[in-house]
Design a binder for this molecule. Structure first.
Ligand SMILES: [Zn+2]
Length: 164
């Protein structure tokens, strides 16, 4: 019985060793042929990594600041948020859809930040020319002024400086 258990544990350890790694390998798949440019953004460190036209990216997950990231094209359209908090990724090429609005819909509905997964620092984005009340709300950190050009983003996390 014990021997069987040990064999099973060993098999599990070996298969895990073969199927996970500390480097994330991904390929950005551009939905729109006109735009084939953008960067990987690391919201924890605010650093970015330019993505070549091939769309292929390697990200070292041993660096804790690189364990949450997304792709943003030059129009500011985002892929889904990728999270590897354990520092390990699957040993396969992960497809990253260049723009993934569907991913953010439940976060908008739940007013929950896709980076910190919390509602605590999330405020609405108010578009258009702000009146006195909006200026006061923005100064107090209750809203973010989005400017006069409407974007699809509706909410903003003050902690992560992320719009979604
Ligand atoms: Zn957040």
């Amino acid at each position: 019985m014990l021997r069987m258990l040990l064999t099973m544990l060993l098999a599990a350890a070996i298969s895990q060793g073969y199927t996970q790694q500390t480097v994330f390998r991904g390929k950005v798949v551009f939905q729109d042929d006109v735009i084939k440019a953008g960067s990987i953004v690391f919201p924890l460190t605010k650093k970015t990594l330019e993505v070549p036209e091939t769309g292929l990216v390697n990200i070292d997950l041993r660096e804790p600041g690189q364990r949450i990231f997304f792709f943003s094209d030059i129009m500011g359209r985002n892929s889904r948020m990728l999270r590897f908090l354990e520092g390990i990724a699957p040993d396969t090429l992960t497809v990253i859809l260049a723009a993934d609005k569907d991913f953010y819909a439940p976060f908008i509905r739940g007013r929950r930040c896709p980076v910190c997964l919390s509602e605590k620092n999330v405020v609405p984005i108010v578009y258009g020319f702000p009146g006195r009340q909006s200026f006061a709300d923005a100064r107090a950190g209750r809203i973010l002024l989005g400017g006069c050009i409407m974007s699809p983003e509706k909410l903003y996390c003050k902690k992560d400086e992320f719009s979604f």
